[in-house]
Ligand binder design. Structure first.
Ligand SMILES: [Zn+2]
Length: 274
């Protein structure tokens, strides 16, 4: 089956904070050994292929206190000429350029296909009206915003900003904005994320970094809302992407739902761009 991995953090090991590096060393020693100094698109594509992934979303981020700085420019350049890799932009909160201008530059100059925000790593409330012009623009372009929701193991993250319920405001203000709650509010806000996808048609759950086998327990209406779950691995934070795909294929849901989770929902989200 075709697979799109909607959640990859691609950069050489040295670009990550010491805490993140320690986590990668424990969970993906091969990555640390191979990519201590540099990493290339060809090598990443080869790894994805070997893991059974056809295309991957590469996420930029500006979170120097918690995880890493992977610039929009680096991300766009890395993915250029490689249609297997899909570049997703980030907002820099310590840059004076207005968010909407940063977004326009990402989309119109760099060719970014959507955005990832890390409220608990960048210390902001995602329903702050300061972000509304940005949301307005992203909505007008048919693009998506994905959010880290729920806990993190990285030091310095402030979890109060990662409550999925904050996104209820955004979904109400921007009903045409495609929103993805990564990690589904893990672990103590799963019920909030479940309620949000039932309330707002534009909301989705990214399953990266979640115990896939337990999805039916956390989201009893997984089948009914099969069109809202998006596969991702969080590589290199975990090495066995293949195993994660296998666990999706073993879920007690229809083949159609498995296909939606592994690639069709991602394709539909990407195809909305205008
Ligand atoms: Zn991640």
């Amino acid at each position: 089956m075709k697979v799109i991995d909607f959640h990859l953090h691609i950069a050489p090991l040295g670009r990550f904070t010491p805490c993140a590096q320690g986590y990668f060393r424990d969970n993906n020693p091969d990555f640390c050994e191979r990519f201590a100094g540099d990493i290339t698109p060809e090598a990443v594509i080869e790894i994805l292929r070997a893991q059974g992934v056809d295309r991957g979303v590469m996420l930029a981020e500006y979170a120097p206190d918690c995880s890493s700085v992977i610039t929009n420019e680096y991300t766009a350049e890395f993915c250029r000429q490689h249609e297997e890799l899909i570049p997703v932009g980030a907002l820099c909160c310590y840059n004076d350029t207005p968010y909407v201008e940063q977004a326009r530059y990402c989309v119109e100059e760099l060719g970014m296909r959507g955005f990832k925000l890390l409220p608990s790593y960048q210390f902001f409330f995602p329903n702050d009206p300061a972000f509304f012009p940005f949301y307005e623009y992203v909505q007008s372009r048919g693009l998506f915003v994905m959010y880290h929701t729920g806990t993190s193991i990285f030091r310095n993250t402030r979890i109060k900003y990662a409550d999925p319920l904050l996104l209820d405001d955004v979904a109400n203000e921007f009903p045409g904005l495609t929103m993805i709650m990564e990690h589904g509010g893990r672990p103590f806000w799963y019920d909030r994320a479940a309620w949000l996808i039932s309330r707002h048609e534009n909301m989705h759950i990214g399953i990266a970094g979640m115990p896939v086998r337990r999805l039916p327990e956390y989201f009893p209406r997984l089948e009914q809302y099969g069109n809202r779950f998006v596969f991702g691995s969080d590589w290199p934070g975990m090495a066995d992407v293949k195993g994660q795909i296998k666990r999706v294929l073993a879920l007690p849901v229809s083949e159609e739902t498995k296909e939606m989770i592994l690639h069709k929902n991602a394709e539909r989200i990407l195809a909305r761009a205008r």
